[in-house]
Design a protein around this ligand. Sequence first.
Ligand code: HEM
Length: 229
Amino acid sequence: MRRVATLYRTTVGKKVLMAVSGLILFGFVFTHMLGNLKMLLPPEGGHFAMDVYAEFLREIGYPLVPHQTLLWVARLGLLGAVFIHILSAVQLSQASRAARPQGYAKEESLSLSYASRTMRWGGVILLLFIVYHILHFTTGQAHSSFVAGAVHQNYVAAFQSPLVYLVYLVAQTALCFHLYHGVWSFFQTLGLSHPKYNHLRRPFAVGFALVTFVGFLTPPTLVLAGVIS
Ligand code: HEM
């Protein structure tokens, strides 16, 4: 435990924690995107595929463990990962500012990629989005039409509104840039470098970010177009 605390005090330690917590969050986001594709499937035995899947997620592990135990373990794990990710981001940015009080010269800042410069604001947009998203689909306070447990119905009701669609479009665009730069930095931080494969890092990061973007937005776009109801 003391070794972890000592490692965390170093810049490298913070970067590693940021990369590992980012990987956990990325794993969740990618799985969540795949799960949302259930909206594209036809109903099974009179139940919407999305509702069957959501019920499965809520009850995963039962009867071995009490109802919703693993759901809560996953929620707390995600919350911990979000906390560590934000804390290390803030501390790393403070440390780099302290090491360079006058700021960067113009040419250097231009050489930073667009994605890396938007990491901070993208992160803030994503945090605000997650708060809205939970009020929208989990607790239901954000929309009066919310019905607990009726995920398919809540989903369709949500994306029939162009305004809600726009909010999600903006958030997914921020996520796309965040993932692109995050996946790319992940290799860098953990030193996963090999001259033979380094040229693949950027296309790999672009590919993952785009697959996530298209995967998340396909079902809402079909709802907005009236294809899914
Ligand atoms: C187009 C994009 C998205 C759509 C349509 C969507 C849809 C949904 C729906 C319908 C649920 C509720 C599932 C249920 O009640 O079983 C949910 C839960 C959740 N979503 Fe998303 N989601 C999207 C993107 C995201 C992103 C990008 C994140 C995180 C960065 C995210 C984080 C969460 C979390 C943490 C929950 C679970 C809340 C909980 O039950 O504790 N979602 N999402």
